[in-house]
Write a protein that binds this ligand. Structure first.
Ligand code: SAJ
Length: 431
């Protein structure tokens, strides 16, 4: 039976581990987070993702997946740890580096090491050199050279969309970039056992760049939509309606404006390109700045509106980083909520069906409470729709007619998604 060791049991590593176990692999998951390891071994996922809980329980019950706080020898070792950035938007590769140091003693002839973490161009060569210096008794591949080595190293960037991870793990096309062609082929053997999409092989530098440009592409396109929303606000046009009509053109497909870009990927990865070519990557940098500014823009508008009230109450619908996920990482909506609280003098009500409790950094403030949708509607002077969760699409928007509404997500305006009388929008500012 093929044995796989997955380093990092977070948002990518855990779904991958559970899915591989369900396909009959013997999977050992390694994480430094003891609480996460204990929770996984008891069959409970430490975050929410559709279908993950069911798959994980089965993987643990059949004994095909075990989580532990040390790695093990395996045919494949997959690194799936975070790659955030430092201050100054410089890539922080410390988690990948410590993963290498931790797995080095567990390498044996025949092991294939796969880096799934999104990484700056050149990272696969750097980790190969790091592993080679820790294990002079083994042979390692040289970039693009054809000599056979005992250890194979490849980059196979994850591509799954939070909220749809388990389906995309199997159905998405994959890019594999080996240090050598042999490395790519060794990695391909693993992925072709469960991927129904196509698998394309290339060199590791190209694979690293491809992953970065996928997310930069999306960031630039979201920035375009966000810029349109601010322009429309100034000139008095309904941005949602305008985009909907523009998208009737056969070669136009504009994305949706929102509260900004959150999560641990799109708001981070484009900086890796900017860091590697600061003079050249001008559009990518500006797109990041446009998206990063959007929460501040919405906050400013909320403050303008709050100034009309003596003791303003603002009800915020949604604080996660995007619709239909419970993840708060780098959430632009949460940033808006925090700024409102920090400013003081405003009572903030938060309604989010995917969040069980407020994050600790704001939970203790006396001016904020987590409430249900009815209370948020009743008690708020100003209602801010910040995330378009599907539960919010079912709200009766005509009951918000007498509120001051800030609809940052187009919930009340998207006619294709919600059949409501467009006249209610006369009370709504579209950002
Ligand atoms: N957003 C908008 N308008 C849109 C689409 C998204 O404002 O039209 C916002 C979302 O609300 C969210 C942010 O952008 O705050 C990012 O959301 P997303 O759904 O675009 O992407 P992520 O970060 O959840 O996942 C992305 C995916 N990359 C691409 O679609 C190119 C996923 O496939 C990657 O695996 C993931 O990044 C990653 O880990 O890199």
């Amino acid at each position: 039976m093929t044995k796989v060791c997955i380093v990092g049991l977070g948002y990518i590593g855990l779904p991958t581990a559970a899915m591989m176990a369900s396909r009959g692999f013997e999977v050992v998951g390694y994480d430094i987070n003891e609480a996460a390891v204990a929770s996984i071994n008891s069959g409970k996922a430490h975050f929410h993702e559709p279908d993950l809980q069911m798959l994980l329980s089965a993987a643990i019950n059949t004994g095909r997946l075990t989580a532990q706080t040390s790695p093990e020898e395996a045919d494949y070792i997959i690194i799936a740890v975070p790659t955030p950035f430092h201050d100054g938007k410089k890539p922080d590769m410390s988690h990948v580096e410590s993963a290498c140091d931790i797995i080095a003693p567990y390498l044996r002839p025949g092991t294939t090491v796969i880096l799934e973490s999104t990484s700056p161009v050149g990272s696969t060569e750097i980790i190969t050199a790091r592993l080679a210096s820790a294990r002079p008794d083994l042979t390692f591949p040289q970039y693009k050279e054809s000599m056979d080595a005992q250890i194979a190293v490849a980059h196979c960037p994850e591509r799954i969309l939070p909220g749809n991870m388990l389906r995309e793990l199997v159905s998405n096309d994959r890019i594999i970039g080996g240090m050598t062609e042999t490395c790519s082929e060794r990695a391909r053997k693993l992925y072709e056992t469960f991927v129904t999409g196509r698998i394309f092989t290339t060199d590791c530098r190209t694979a690293e760049f491809v992953k970065l440009i996928e997310n930069a592409y999306r960031d630039v396109n979201i920035a375009f939509a966000n810029e349109l929303s601010v322009v429309c606000d100034r000139i008095g046009v309904d941005v949602w309606h305008a985009i909907e009509l523009a998208n009737k053109h056969p070669r136009v497909s504009i994305l949706q404006p929102g509260t900004g870009v959150g999560g641990h990927c799109i708001a981070v990865d484009p900086w890796f390109i900017v860091d590697s070519a600061p003079e050249e990557a001008r559009l990518i940098r500006v797109a990041r700045e446009v998206n990063d500014h959007k929460p501040d823009y919405i906050y400013d508008r909320l403050i303008d509106l709050a100034d009309r009230f003596k003791n303003p109450v603002i009800s915020c619908f949604g604080i996660t980083y995007k619709a239909d996920v419970g993840d708060l990482r780098e959430s632009p909506s949460l940033r808006i909520v925090k700024k409102l609280i920090e400013r003081g003098g405003i009572r903030v009500l938060v309604c989010d069906p995917l969040v069980k409790s407020l994050p600790s950094e704001i939970a203790t403030c006396s001016d904020i409470s987590l409430v249900d949708a009815d209370a948020a509607r009743r008690e708020g002077d100003i209602v801010a729709f910040l995330v378009a969760h599907k539960q919010f699409k079912r709200l009766e928007f005509n009951r918000f007619l007498h509120k001051v509404v800030v609809d940052a997500t187009g919930l009340m305006s998207r006619p294709h998604e919600i059949e409501q009388d467009r006249r209610i929008n006369s009370h709504v500012a579209h950002w």
